[in-house]
Design a binder for this molecule. Structure first.
Ligand SMILES: [Ca+2]
Ligand SMILES: [Ca+2]
Length: 514
């Protein structure tokens, strides 16, 4: 049965215009970024489909991205080999909700004021009618479907407004009867768990998600193009795996990332405020409880498992004969520290938190491309508009990656910017990472010569011109957190110099929570 499309109040007219634009792309071959309304009406179904795959908390530990030498991800690597992988792609926020909101709205967190896990963006008056990516595709004649976690969380009454069809929501699936690891500090959060327990792959949430997506692809109507977005749960904690997946990684310390115990001696105290009091344990606890190797292997094994489920979806796309006319885009919503900078988790402006896989494959995309230019997930929205030949939008803050998807060596003129809470920014250029916190403290790393960001060069006068070059990219708009902002929200009052974490003041002498 064909689902009914709910028509958005914004614009009832456009579907016809859009199909016209899509044809323009086909007939003009090499022509990118065409203008709307110039050509005659094509047969339906000419626009490329879009399959967007989001993976929760997936850092750069993916074979084709090169973040971990032992990572086994044959399906994501296969996707990259028939498309282009961006190995220097960065999130706009190192946290689920603001990162996803940024991708789907095409705006920076510093513009939207969405920094925490709440609120749901439609409760913010200013963003109530903002046309998001799935809505834009729907208005232009696409059939839109979603399952798993794509937006962070959407209340049931608002779901139909965002996508036509909703499949199963994301979840870990089967769980052990009790936590596998010792009680963790800062509240023993139920999600803070990992390790091997006996279960079947078919009992996992991501298995159900992949099955749903595969079935929808198999039965997909060809009357009009589709935009399908699926959001996988793993390797988000809890990282539960079976022995088979764990055994892909040696029970050996060579799985651990390189870490220096003195690494935070040259980072500003304010850097701790970005992840002040959180359920993710610090490295010290992980090591003292003999959990470091177990965590790292469980995380890697979860990546390999989710890769296998991505493989099931891609295989379904092939079997349905849809590969040649479908643009696949895959991204992680934020990275994850596994001990680097003495922490686990996200919520930082360093490479392990900001760098994620970004892979495009499909019609007219360079095959086997590897792009080292700094790019932003914010660029996905204008890129898809470009690749699908929809009318460009002047209100989005990203820049289309179509030139890099045609020739991966094409330079980019601007760096990638990650923001965590108001006025804390990381600026990643081809060679450098510059960080500026709300209190004015700074870091600078030469990633080319110091890939682990161990040596903060910000205090060295020899690098002042580099710092100044990067400073000019700091966003000029720094919206305060919107009403209802909650969870992992940090504010700073420059008048009084006072920082506040989740509503509680941080004292200048308070010990760093362990
Ligand atoms: Ca996430
Ligand atoms: Ca250091």
């Amino acid at each position: 049965m064909r689902p009914k499309i709910s028509v958005l109040p914004i614009n009832p007219v456009i579907p016809v215009v859009v199909t016209i634009v899509c044809l323009t792309v086909l007939i003009s071959g090499q022509h990118w970024g065409v203008q709307a309304g110039e050509h005659s009406l094509p047969p339906s179904g000419q626009c490329p489909n879009v399959l967007m795959i989001v993976v929760d908390d997936l850092n750069a530990w993916v074979g084709c991205v090169g973040g971990h030498p032992l990572a086994q991800t044959p399906h994501m690597d296969g996707l990259a080999s028939r498309g282009t992988v961006f190995v220097n792609a960065h999130v706009q926020a190192p946290l689920c909700m603001p990162s996803r909101a940024s991708v789907l709205m095409g705006l920076r967190p510093s513009t939207t004021g969405l920094y925490g896990l709440e609120p749901w963006l439609r409760t913010v008056e200013r963003w109530q009618n903002w046309e998001t990516m799935p809505q834009y595709f729907r208005r232009h004649g696409y059939f839109t479907l979603t399952a798993g976690k794509v937006y962070h969380a959407v209340p049931p009454k608002d779901r139909e407004g965002e996508f036509d069809i909703w499949g199963p929501l994301a979840g870990v699936g089967v769980r052990p009867p009790k936590k596998l690891i010792p009680p963790t500090p800062m509240g023993n959060h139920p999600l803070m768990d990992w390790g091997v327990f006996d279960h079947r792959d078919e009992e996992k949430g991501d298995w159900h998600l992949a099955s749903w997506a595969a079935e929808r692809l198999r039965d997909m109507s060809r009357d009009r193009p589709f935009f399908m977005a699926v959001g996988f749960f793993l390797p988000h904690v809890p990282c539960y795996v079976t022995q088979r997946w764990m055994d892909l990684y040696p029970d050996d310390d060579k799985v651990l990332p390189p870490v220096r115990w003195d690494d935070r001696e040259d980072t500003p105290r304010f850097s701790w405020y970005l992840h002040w009091y959180l359920p993710e344990p610090r490295l010290r606890w992980v090591v003292e409880n003999n959990q470091w190797r177990n965590l790292v292997r469980s995380y890697l094994a979860s990546i390999s498992f989710v890769d296998s489920q991505i493989g099931r979806v891609l295989e379904a796309l092939d079997h349905a004969g849809l590969r040649e006319n479908t643009i696949v885009v895959l991204w992680g919503d934020n990275g994850y520290h596994l001990g680097e900078k003495l922490i686990t988790g996200k919520n930082t402006l360093w490479e392990p938190s900001t760098r994620v896989p970004l892979i495009f494959a499909g019609p007219k995309i360079f095959r086997g491309g590897r792009c080292v230019q700094p790019v932003e997930l914010l660029d996905i929205f204008p890129t898809l508009i470009d690749l699908c030949g929809l009318p460009p939008r002047s209100d989005l803050e990203g820049i289309s990656l179509a030139p890099q998807l045609k020739d991966p060596s094409t330079p980019r003129t601007r760096p990638a910017i990650t923001t965590h809470n108001q006025n804390n920014h990381g600026v990643r250029s081809l060679r450098w990472r510059y960080i500026r916190y709300a209190d004015g403290s700074e870091e600078l790393y030469d990633i080319e010569n110091d890939p682990h960001e161990w040596h903060n060069l910000a205090g060295d006068p020899r690098y002042q011109s580099i710092i100044e070059e990067h400073r000019r990219w700091l966003p000029q708009v720094n919206a305060p957190p919107v009403a209802g902002s909650a969870h992992r929200v940090l504010t700073y009052d420059p008048e009084t110099g006072k920082a506040t974490w989740e509503g509680k003041p941080i004292g200048a002498e308070d010990p760093i929570p362990e």
